[in-house]
Write a protein that binds this ligand. Structure first.
Ligand code: PEP
Ligand code: MG
Length: 592
């Protein structure tokens, strides 16, 4: 009998294929003592060969992902670590002095180095342990010969099933041999998810126990649209998902045809439909998918893939400049670092009991003005190259906006003194992600140039549902009346003072939410690149007068079920293709 698991959709698309279980090699190995000087020499040579092989592997990965700047930077760091003379000498000394095998010496040195990392107080430095472990595993894999090797020698493509993947493992996987990814751990903002999306490979993460249930070679279905994984599917499931896959692929093929048509409703109202991106290189794809500008550039991903560039103004500057130049004159909303919460727990102290209510987003930035200054300097310099807008995450009070504005003015003056070219100070906007920001929006609007609703966090904070928790995921519902009413409040208040308002949370790409969001009068929908075509199509069947009526009516309803049903009734009549997906979606999750 088939097994159906539900996780977090991490990269859209459907794939069907045999499972390949990738087990991450353990760093610690059994001690093996050497008998002779010759054996010591052999082990030293094995170690040296493993370093050469690993270096070669990393360089190959770097070539494969030459189009992803951030991924390349990560690999560069790994090559630097691999060449670290301290670590190399430590391993060689252990082989010589303790007369142990190369893998044992590597495992002990790694263990010691990681222990030292663990005791470092500075969270940023401590986070570098991830890279050390990652490189260490590669060297061990080369010494021991592992599944990683088998994966690179596959004759036919597979669906990769694993507990988790290290960042460089994901980046190093061949796009040709990989049909899909299913992992127990990770979230939609995990390394695996981000890289899978940019590589266009369907992926589902946070499945909890897929690695336990999956059997090597067994057929696996990955539904990266809804977050389902089916192990050993029956004939009905195979047929359903083959059809879904076909429809998805046909829709993808149609992308090119619709890409140049601007988004507009059936009665001709143009809608700003822009892209959410995580990598600077994704900017190159915005027009191919038919988007207009960027509604959310999550800059913390530059930091995620290479922790050492956090403070590197140049790296940030180059990333922003690339996006701005690529899309000029279209608007590019660059969000300042939103670390914390569920992001990069390895680099943020995890001592907080409630990290989502803790040191996160703008709070961290304002507590570290010296680091934040580097990002703002990079932004101001890059602003010269396009239509930049700056957006602040997690705003709860006007003072935070004022503080950033003052910083921007000071930094602009500093750049002028240093005679460093810069653009004008860009419009400064805020994300509306907390009920505080909604209820007190009239106190914020005088200080901002635009706002964008972050429905992921707004839903989380409104419904008191941790967006990453598997236990309460059924309660996470952006169609809840409390969320819809807040979106209406924000839209009305913005309209009253003539301020531009967009939405950049997941909700903006949920088919049943689109008519309501348009009906609330939002100016813009910003959605993940690959979902732009679907949302554009959805927009094209909606009539504005009907959308207004739907939104108005939803404000009187008492449950998300009622709201969904009312939108579905409307949509069914105009867009029958939606039904299959939505019925399926209703069965498996709450849609957002
Ligand atoms: C949101 O909260 O809706 C949002 C877009 O920001 P993020 O998902 O990065 O927290
Ligand atoms: Mg958010």
């Amino acid at each position: 009998m088939s097994i159906r698991l539900n996780g977090t959709p991490a990269s859209p698309g459907v794939s069907i294929g045999p499972a390949f279980l990738l087990n991450v090699e353990e760093i610690r190995v059994k001690k093996k003592t050497l008998g002779s000087v010759e054996e010591v020499e052999i082990e030293l040579e094995r170690f040296s060969n493993a370093l050469t092989e690993t270096r070669g592997e990393l360089e190959q990965i770097s070539d494969q992902i030459s189009d992803i700047i951030e991924g390349q930077q990560l690999i560069e760091v790994h090559i630097l670590l691999l060449n670290d003379p301290f670590i190399i000498t430590e391993v060689q000394n252990r082989i010589r002095n303790e007369k142990v095998s190369a893998e044992y010496a590597v495992s002990r040195v790694l263990y010691d180095v990681l222990e030292r990392f663990n005791s470092i107080k500075d969270p940023y430095l401590r986070s570098r342990a991830v890279d050390v472990r990652d490189v260490g595993r590669r060297v061990m894999a080369s010494l021991l010969g592992t599944e990683q090797e088998a994966l690179s020698n596959l004759n036919s493509p597979v669906v990769l099933v694993s507990r988790d993947l290290d960042p460089s493992q994901t980046a190093g996987l061949s796009r040709r041999q990989l049909l899909g990814i299913a992992t127990d751990l990770g979230g939609s903002t995990s390394h695996t998810a981000i890289l899978a999306r940019s590589m266009g490979i369907p992926a589902v993460v946070a499945l909890n126990d897929v690695a336990e249930y999956a059997v090597p070679g067994q057929i696996v279905i990955i539904d990266g649209i809804h977050g389902d994984v089916i192990l050993d599917p029956d004939d009905d499931e195979l047929q359903y998902y083959s059809e879904l896959k076909k429809r998805y692929n046909v829709a993808e093929a149609e992308i090119a045809l619709n890409a140049d048509t601007p988004a507009a409703t059936a009665d001709g109202k143009p809608v700003e439909l822009s892209a959410n991106i995580e990598f600077s290189q994704e900017a190159d794809q915005v027009h191919r998918f038919g988007g207009h500008g960027i509604g959310l550039f999550r800059t913390e991903f530059i930091r995620l893939l290479s922790p050492e560039v956090e403070d590197d103004e140049e790296v940030h500057y180059r990333a922003y400049r690339h996006v701005l130049e690529t899309l000029n004159p279209e608007p590019v909303i660059i969000r300042t670092l939103d670390l914390g919460g569920d992001k990069f727990l390895d680099s943020i102290p995890t001592v907080e009991k409630n990290p989502f209510l803790g040191w996160r987003g703008i709070r961290i930035c304002l507590d570290h003005p010296e680091k934040f200054t580097r990002q703002l300097r990079a932004l101001l310099r890059a602003a010269k190259h396009g239509n930049a807008k700056i957006m602040l995450p997690m705003i709860t009070g006007y003072e935070q906006v004022v503080q950033v504005r003052v910083m921007l003015e000071n930094i602009a003056a500093e750049l002028d003194r240093e005679m460093i070219p810069r653009g004008d100070i860009p419009p400064l906007g805020i994300m509306i992600e907390t009920p505080a920001a909604v209820l007190a929006i009239d106190t914020l609007l005088p200080y901002t140039d635009f706002v964008s609703i972050g429905s992921n966090d707004l839903t989380q904070y409104t419904l008191a549902v941790d967006r990453g928790s598997q236990y309460v995921s059924k309660l996470f519902d952006s169609m809840h009346p409390a969320v819809i009413r807040q979106i209406d409040i924000v839209a009305r208040k913005c309209r009253e003072v003539g301020q531009w308002v967009g939405i950049c949370g997941q909700m903006a790409s949920a088919p049943l939410a689109v008519p309501l969001l348009l009906g609330c009068g939002l100016n813009e929908l910003s959605v993940p690149l690959t979902l732009i075509p679907d949302v554009k199509e959805m927009i094209s069947v909606i009539r504005m007068s009907e959308a207004f009526a739907l939104a108005e009516k939803s404000l009187t309803m008492k449950s998300s079920e009622e709201i969904r049903k009312s939108v579905l009734n409307y949509v069914e009549s105009r867009y029958p293709e939606i039904i299959l997906d939505e019925i399926h979606r209703e069965r498996t999750d709450r849609g957002n």
